[in-house]
Design a protein around this ligand. Sequence first.
Ligand SMILES: O=C(O)[C@H](O)[C@@H](O)[C@H](O)[C@H](O)COP(=O)(O)O
Length: 223
Amino acid sequence: MNFNEYPDREMMMIDLANIIAGELGESLRTGDRASLCVPGGTTPGPIFDALNEVALDWDRVDVLLNDERWVPEDHERSNTRLLRQRLLINKAAAAKYVPLYAPTETPEESMEALAAGIEPSLPLSVCLLGMGADMHTASLFPGADRLEEALSPDAPILLPMRAPGAPEPRITLSARVLKDSTNLHIVITGAEKREALEKARSLEPMDAPVASVLDRAQIHWTE
Ligand SMILES: O=C(O)[C@H](O)[C@@H](O)[C@H](O)[C@H](O)COP(=O)(O)O
């Protein structure tokens, strides 16, 4: 496991924004387009704040989420809302946003169309993941209804997911799509998550879904 520890949150978020920008720049040097896949939740906001100011050919970058909560875009729990407020602004406003949400009642109704929209952005050039203290990443939750399918090597791109730990239905990229990213990072903060990550190393992905990507990921941690 590639583990990077930082002296404080501010430094970690700025460093990570620079690392991500460098990797996107490298992908744009060798290809026509690059893709950046990011988590929602409460951790990544400051990374987005730094990243949206970076000079990059953003008009050649696809931006998408690891996972989305099935709520309207103006809902306070919408990850899309977070992206529109903090990442897809300033210089990064030129990026192409690839949605993981559509206004249908259930994720199942939109799954096929959303997956078709994502396919051209694969493999992901840069994927940043978060992690919960229950060892979930993206919406790959322990005990989730379609976890086994989402972890399988021939999983579809996208799956609906319902889990005891998630208050609303979710939609998530599958583990194989996350793992196939050219550059893969996990950002976590605090002692509880560090402990959970250590524990995940000796567990199976069905019990600790983040374990499915650990051998490919660089971990970034601070208190
Ligand atoms: O929609 C989401 O909730 C995420 O994409 C999810 O996988 C998140 O990264 C972790 O739950 C960590 O969340 P926090 O950063 O809020 O702890």
